[in-house]
Design a protein around this ligand. Structure first.
Ligand SMILES: Cc1ncc(COP(=O)(O)O)c(C=O)c1O
Length: 392
């Protein structure tokens, strides 16, 4: 191994959303944070070097992404995902969440419906509701420990008057599914039959466990490409969320023009110059680092599963096919949301993400844990959980 993912790095006092001001945020002291989706690892050394080099230039004026930026993105998707993107399809963004808000504003009117598949990344719902649109839920179905889509329900929801968009989470946060080509084809066929535009949030697409493959929605056919918008970024993959560099892939010139008009109306400009540098370095040189990261995450996942099976077997692990987010089922304990939250925060002194935030009732009794940390941190967290559950 060239990279050490077990080194503990003190992130406190760095303005870290995950690590700073935890007492105030979680109302308890001594909290160990495994909540927000970033990683406790240094980014690849080539990224750090590129940022230092650019910082040392000393001039930080207005920026525009150079052709190398677009080339780095298109090369990455061709190499890692066998998907050929034309540079002109790429529209930069400062993040996927801001982009989702802008997409909703562009492609729907107030009061119109946007389909989501709960339990799902909760800022989808906030973006829809804050913009005065309607959340239309097409809940996932849990079969044993595997989540599947409900196509009959999707068909009904897509047919409802005033439903315009579907926001697909692919791979899915928090249930960790990597949707197959067949599953995605069925979603597309249903949506397109009802003229629903598909926004495919693929921010987790690089974090795929060994032997598996992410299928980009837009790669499935010309129709899928032209009737969808893909959201992507190096931020989850290489731990760059603070640098705010993300991309939309909008192959349809008509959709791209409409989206660009929204951006122009808000006066939004180019991404942060350090984000540009980091993206280029990561996509060009980060592959070996990413492969080792995935090996570390696979080790953490195996450790978590074994620990839980041996010590707290009433907790069920929904095994992710992708992402470093693990969906844990505590329903066997029969605790309501408040009691589960107290147990996690006050007894275990852990910051996880409460399942009901991803949708209620779909996420009730679940917690999402982020395993992108050194093994020792994960072990500490699991022991805290074991001790707290012993008292239930
Ligand atoms: C599915 C999904 N989309 C978007 C984001 C956040 O994207 P950004 O930081 O680019 O706004 C996250 C972060 O956890 C996520 O899980």
């Amino acid at each position: 191994m060239r990279f050490d993912f077990d080194r503990i790095i003190d992130r406190t006092g760095t303005g870290s959303l995950k690590w700073d001001r935890l007492d105030a945020r979680f109302g308890a002291t001594g909290i160990l944070p495994l909540w927000v989706a970033d990683m406790d690892f240094e980014s690849p050394p080539e990224v750090v070097a590129a940022l230092v080099r650019r910082a040392q230039h000393g001039v930080y004026g207005y920026t525009t992404p150079m052709p190398e930026y677009y080339q780095a993105v298109t090369d990455w998707f061709a190499r890692r995902h066998f998907w050929r993107i034309a540079p002109e399809w790429i529209v930069t963004a400062t993040g996927i969440v801001p982009a989702l808000n802008l997409l909703i504003q562009t492609f729907t009117k107030p009061g119109e419906g946007v389909i989501v598949q709960k339990p799902v990344y909760h800022p989808f719902m906030s973006a829809i509701e804050r913009n005065g649109r309607r959340v239309v839920n097409n809940p996932l179905r849990s079969e044993g420990n595997v989540y599947r889509m409900d196509y009959a329900d999707l068909e009904r929801k897509a047919a409802e008057p005033g439903t315009r968009l579907l926001i697909l989470c692919s791979p899915h946060n928090p249930v960790g599914r990597l949707w197959t080509a067949e599953e995605l084809e069925r979603v597309g066929d249903i949506c397109f039959a009802h003229d629903i535009l598909v926004i495919s949030d693929e921010i987790h697409c690089d974090l795929v466990y060994e032997g598996r493959r992410h299928v980009p929605f837009g790669s499935l056919s010309e129709e899928f490409l032209l009737r969808s918008i893909t959201c992507t970024a190096p931020s989850k993959t290489f731990n760059l969320a603070g640098l705010q560099a993300a991309n939309l892939v909008i192959a349809s010139p008509e959709l791209r023009d409409r989206y660009r008009r929204t951006i122009a109306c808000l006066g939004l400009g180019a991404p942060n110059l350090f984000g540009i540098e980091a993206l280029i370095a990561a996509y060009r040189h980060g592959e070996e680092w990413l492969d080792e990261l995935m090996a570390h995450l696979a080790g953490n996942l195996a450790f978590l599963k074994e620990f839980i099976a041996a010590n707290v077997p009433r907790v069920k692990v929904v095994e992710p096919e992708a992402t470093y987010l693990v969906w844990l089922d505590f329903r066997d304990y029969g605790l309501d949301a408040e009691a589960l939250q107290r147990l996690v925060r006050e007894r275990a002194r852990l910051a996880l993400v409460e399942g009901h935030l991803f949708g209620s009732p779909e996420g009730d009794g679940f917690e999402r844990v982020n395993i992108a940390c050194p093994r020792a941190t994960l072990e500490d967290a699991l022991k805290r959980m074991q001790d707290a559950l012993a008292s239930v």
